[in-house]
Design a protein around this ligand. Sequence first.
Ligand code: HEC
Ligand code: HEC
Ligand code: HEC
Ligand code: HEC
Ligand code: HEC
Length: 495
Amino acid sequence: MHKITMTERTRRILRRGGVWTYLLAMLIAAAGTVIILALLMNIFTRKQEATAPHQRIVEVTEDTIDPAVWGINWPRQYDSYMRTVDYERTRYGGSDAIPKQKLDKDPWLRDMWSGFAFALDYREARGHAYMLADQDHTERIKQRSQPGACLHCHSSVLPAYRYAGDGDIQKGFEIVNSMTWNEARNMTDDHREMLIDHPASCVDCHDPDTMKLRVTRPAFKEGIRQYKASKGIHDYDVNRDASRHDMRSFSCAQCHVEYYFTKPDNQLVYPWHKGIKVEEIEAYYDEIDFFDWEHGITGGKMLKAQHPEFELWKQGVHAQAGVSCADCHMPYRRVGAMKVSDHHVRSPLLDVAASCQTCHNVPEAELLYRAHTTQDRTRALIDRAGEAMMDMIDAIVDAKRAGATDEQLAEALGYQRKATWRLDFVYSENSMGFHAPQESARILGESMDYSRRAVASALRVKADPQGEPREVERAPIEGVTPDEKAPPMPSPGRS
Ligand code: HEC
Ligand code: HEC
Ligand code: HEC
Ligand code: HEC
Ligand code: HEC
């Protein structure tokens, strides 16, 4: 038997309270030890967790486009990335199981884009998981010929570029751009494996060796180089020169931007050579004499704006205060001792606590109210600008019917290009004004002004036509390349 030695203190306790008190004290002490041990172990595992991002179970390389493989190393980011399949609406954003047809919601879009593939099918955006499937299924692809350049922002495309360019990404990018979409989409490697098989994945934003953020899209690298040059910064190499903070927006600006295809070889270009404000981009297009399509009713040489989220965000108070895309759309979440960036990229209004209240110490209802007020106001201005745009098309059609010549109508058609470019710029931007409220209102104000100027100009020439009265027909809708099989369209104007 062990010889039990008692301290004077324990003897006193025993003398006063008996055996039970002694046992109780022992129990408390034991429990305390267990708790302290548990705490120590917890701290230890959390410390381990915090360093876990650098521990790899499987190797990932430039060719690992399947996010599930990366998910073995980084399960938390992978799980949230996979949740981009979810759908939940907000007042103006969020997403649906079956994305809504914007052409039905705002029928004037069909006239605005008359003669262009967007008049066939244009829907609400949804989560990143769908980006490749939604491109496969849009009528713009199914009914019209489109170039391989479309895949740049809708797929994990780098292996295809490397393969096509024999290891040279830039060369491969140029080759894939000018393929037909079908050719590019179905490219296979030497083992007959599909080269384009996933939506944008981990490898598109992260360096597989270091996990550092990076940009991979050739069109963005060149675009941002041109933009910086316009600001006097030369030879800008984004992966060398951008800060980590910049990368939290640039990784999104690889795709969420205005773009165009050169003619006739369909090279993808971001038009930032003179800057990224709406009129700076327009000035660039004017200088190179570019138009996306000829308007199907008026014959005007038109510009199509596409999702300029980066360009508009940059003009807003948040960008000026250094708030990045990821701050709102990929907020940090605590998992154990780790701060994990939420890869469930979606509307921030679905989680105001994580997305906004980290910076704004105001109740959720107040923040929602302020966001909705901006959006409601932008929407009301869009409705007015859309109405003005329709009046403009009607006035130009009336003048044509009365015998106004193309020369006489040149001024009105110039205004149509400007008015439509501006309305489209705000409409096609997906925050409904939130990213830059004042700038959005300014652009819509200008759009209305140009539409009304076009109406005045068309009325003037209608009063003194120099040609013969003529029929005005609606031209068939074209893809990026003309399509002989385009179906006939109903006659223009509102009934
Ligand atoms: C200050 C926060 C904030 C920042 C910074 C921000 N956004 Fe947003 N974004 C929003 C809000 C709020 C909406 C509106 C969501 C809605 O209506 O449900 C939105 C909407 C969007 C949408 C449409 C979402 C939908 O549900 O339809 C896209 C795409 C988007 N933002 C991309 C970007 C990109 C790209 C950047 C950076 C260039 C950026 N955002 C920066 C807050 C932000
Ligand atoms: C510069 C990058 C980029 C290129 C190039 C690009 N897209 Fe997209 N696309 C996006 C982004 C960002 C969205 C989500 C925002 C939105 O819907 O406005 C999107 C949304 C879409 C959608 C879903 C919403 C809709 O418009 O119905 C379809 C379909 C689509 N693109 C088809 C195409 C086709 C076809 C091409 C080639 C003609 C193309 N995309 C080229 C970036 C791009
Ligand atoms: C490789 C191109 C690409 C990159 C990079 C990219 N996006 Fe997208 N994003 C898209 C496309 C395409 C869609 C539309 C998918 C669809 O509708 O099928 C989209 C959709 C969205 C949506 C709408 C989601 C919804 O639920 O309606 C948001 C918000 C968004 N992106 C924000 C971001 C942010 C923030 C980043 C950077 C962290 C980013 N995107 C990076 C191409 C991209
Ligand atoms: C559209 C771009 C984009 C894609 C695609 C993407 N990430 Fe990220 N990821 C980010 C951004 C932005 C951050 C924040 C990084 C920072 O602030 O330095 C991030 C951070 C991380 C981090 C660092 C820890 C953290 O949570 O902040 C890990 C690990 C990570 N991502 C893993 C993944 C994995 C795994 C995938 C694929 C399943 C993936 N990412 C896909 C943009 C992306
Ligand atoms: C990383 C910090 C940060 C996050 C996240 C953030 N904001 Fe802000 N917000 C700011 C700063 C900084 C300002 C500018 C304050 C100023 O200059 O007075 C601002 C300004 C605003 C304004 C006033 C805008 C104006 O034009 O005057 C509103 C409204 C707003 N934020 C709403 C939101 C909402 C909604 C979200 C979430 C979707 C959000 N913010 C997320 C930092 C943030």
